[in-house]
Write a new protein. Structure first.
Length: 452
């Protein structure tokens, strides 16, 4: 048991030391906010996609994809539990309705990428990494790749829900401006009433004018109908013979052009909507799935005796190794900026921040860890991954991680809960992350060591 405790502490401290390096670089002015944003953007569009592509394409296959069905089941179960627990706690504590969407978002959306990937990478190469071996021919490299692929597959579902439902939670709602809307309604009653009366009188006068014009038209038509009828009969045959077909052709061409344009606009709209929920890492994950699921493509990229493996595949693999350290360094820089921007704590914001941390880092782990234990005991008949120590460890890690850092991006854009989010991230990562994550890693290693 002692070596498990030491391995858990080492795994978390390895991550925290990289974060501290980012903190120190920022304090020494090597890392300005502009440079940090630039490096984060570069990491997002290049290094992290390389990591996701390599770790998914190298281990995934069609048979393995069928065995990974428990991952989306676990994700939606964890998310639903976090939602229900948050609702119960907020009702029990009588939290202000204004802060309830904030607590829901912080409890439902965890850091399912950078922190679990870093911890799993350090666990795989530690002494306790042998506890995560699935078979006799397993290695630390395959454990790391398999664990990261589990994490990234889990994060795919999290990203879709986070950037749709999570984004809507952190937006400005109508209830936030209910008082101002009520005032506007009171001020606009009399103008709308005057406008309505004027509109009704205008409509009645318009109807009388229309009736008068109809009577005049009927008188005129009775005098001219005979003359027009005879004239039309004389030129009927000649008009029919000389009637051009080009207008009909043009009309059919224009109709076809409109249909094509309408279909194209619909396709563009669907593609843009799909793209709005995507990111470069997700595109890389889907591309990695394509390569991994097509045997000829996978053999082309990962055949060690082939031409592409030593040049292209190894280059992508090398770039992917830089993703996790860069993410942790940027996190240290972000925590520095958060600490320096801390404003005096408002009394109203203490309660939602405390509740969000309590739910996400203490109550949710107490619920989800027994679920993973039950799956390890009784899920073997349902899926083979129930016997994989790495899978069980990953499910505990991703469910017990702190709140996702990129929720701060949403609050900065929406202008809602920005100070509360910065304060929550500071306390989550700067204070509670090390002890809580160390305990969670130790519990996960203890579970897989005793159950498998």
């Amino acid at each position: 048991m002692l070596h498990l405790i030491i391995s858990a502490i080492q795994a978390v401290l390895q991550v925290m030391f990289i974060v501290i390096f980012g903190y120190g670089l920022t304090k020494l002015d090597y890392f300005t906010p502009e440079k940090q944003k630039w490096l984060s953007r570069l990491n997002l569009v290049f290094f992290t996609p390389c990591l996701m592509f390599n770790n998914i394409a190298s281990v995934i296959s069609f048979n393995k994809l069928l065995t990974l069905w428990p991952i989306p089941v676990f994700y939606f179960t964890f998310t639903l539990l976090a939602y229900l627990i948050s609702r119960l706690v907020m009702r029990f504590t009588r939290l202000d309705p204004y802060y309830r969407p904030f607590v829901l978002a912080c409890a439902m959306f965890a850091n399912t990428n950078s922190l679990p990937v870093a911890i799993m990478s350090s666990l795989a190469v530690s002494e306790a990494g042998k506890v995560l071996f699935w078979s006799a021919d397993d290695t630390q490299e395959t454990v790391s790749a398999r664990g990261i692929s589990y994490i990234l597959f889990f994060s795919m579902f999290c990203n879709f829900v986070r950037w749709s439902y999570g984004y809507s939670l952190l937006q400005k709602h109508d209830s936030d401006d209910s008082s101002s809307l009520d005032n506007k309604d009171e001020e606009s009653v009399s103008p709308y009433g005057a406008t309505s009366s004027r509109s009704l009188s205008s409509l009645s006068s318009l109807d009388s004018e229309v009736e008068y014009s109809k009577k005049i038209d009927r008188r005129r038509s009775s005098h001219t109908i005979a003359f027009n009828t005879s004239k039309c009969l004389k030129g009927e045959t000649q008009s029919l013979l000389s009637f051009p077909n080009i207008d009909l052709d043009n009309r059919s061409v224009s109709t076809q052009h409109w249909v094509n344009k309408h279909i194209f606009s619909k396709v563009v709209s669907v593609a843009s909507t799909f793209h709005s929920y995507m990111s470069p890492p997700l595109y890389a994950a889907f591309f990695g799935l394509l390569i991994g699921l097509v045997p000829s493509f996978k053999d082309l990229m990962y055949n060690r005796s082939g031409f592409l493996y030593p040049c292209l595949t190894k280059a992508i693999e090398s770039c992917g190794r830089a993703a996790v350290p860069l993410t942790m360094v940027c996190l240290g820089s972000q925590l520095t900026s958060i600490a320096e921007s801390q404003a005096p704590t408002e009394t109203n914001s203490k309660k939602p921040v405390s509740l969000a941390i309590l739910i996400k880092m203490f109550i949710v782990p107490l619920v989800v860890i027994p679920m993973v234990i039950m799956f390890a005991l009784y899920g073997k008949v349902l899926s083979d991954v129930a016997t994989d120590p790495c899978f069980l460890c990953v499910m505990i890690l991703v469910s017990c991680s702190p709140t996702a850092v990129n929720l701060s991006q949403i609050t900065q854009v929406s202008g809602m809960y920005e100070e509360e989010m910065l304060r929550l991230l500071f306390w989550s990562y700067g204070v509670f992350c090390v002890p809580v994550c160390t305990f969670v890693v130790f519990i996960s290693l203890l579970i897989v060591d005793h159950l498998l």
